[in-house]
Design a protein around this ligand. Structure first.
Ligand code: GAR
Length: 205
């Protein structure tokens, strides 16, 4: 059983989906730590309600990003972490954490990458006039939403969508997509071929 840490900055609905899937056994894993860069993130309270260890970590209280990430690294090793899941963590992970958890940090992003990386992905999709968008689970690298893709789900974009309605439709797809990707990771089903990640399966195509 894999030991999973979740990093978040806000609401925590993806974190909750992962926690719930671990509890039902859909993911063969246990969420052992939830932390993030925002001490008042509602997601921390949600995790606490599940009885999960949460740690507030405010980067402003550290002299540098390296100091902040060293602190996170200590928390991660104390918790015996195998896999880190970024779930609405609105901060780039630095070289220290990336080096320590190579190929063991997943992220979820609300677009079909490589389209619309970075902030406000749903607004970017609306502005581009695409008719299909979706979500992507990927391993992170040092870039902004650029790492190897693990799983994606497409959703339609309606003519009358606003950022809010599109975000809500994408979020509905995010939860099962993230669960499917993490479940595949924990089963040991993901494999790397020529820089691509295979084995998480497909949905809705
Ligand atoms: C989700 O839509 C997630 O894809 C997005 O933030 C939201 C967090 O919601 N992440 C990013 O934009 C990262 N670049 P949640 O806190 O309810 O899981």
């Amino acid at each position: 059983m894999k030991r999973i840490a979740i990093f978040l900055s806000g609401r925590g609905s993806n974190a909750e989906a992962l926690i719930a899937a671990c509890r039902t056994g859909e993911i063969d894993g246990e969420v052992v730590l939830v932390t993030g860069d925002n001490p008042t993130a509602p997601g921390l309270a949600k995790a606490r309600a599940y009885g999960i260890r949460t740690e507030e970590a405010d980067p402003r209280q550290f002299a540098s990003k390296v100091d902040y990430e060293s602190h996170l690294l200590r928390l991660l090793s104390e918790a015996g972490t195998d896999l880190i899941c970024l779930a609405g963590y609105m901060r780039l992970v630095g070289p220290l954490l990336l080096g320590a958890y190579r190929r063991r940090i997943l992220n979820i992003h609300p677009s079909l990458l490589p389209s619309f990386p970075g902030l406000h992905a749903q607004e970017q999709a609306l502005a581009a006039g695409v008719k299909v968008s979706g979500c992507t689970v990927h391993f992170i690298d040092s870039g902004m939403d650029t790492g190897p893709i693990v799983a994606q789900t497409a959703v339609p974009v309606a003519d009358d969508d606003t950022a809010d309605t599109l975000s809500a439709r994408i979020l509905q797809a995010e939860h099962p997509t993230y669960v499917r990707a993490v479940a595949a990771y924990c089963r040991g089903d993901l494999r790397w071929e020529d820089g691509r990640v295979l084995g998480a399966g497909q949905e809705g195509i």
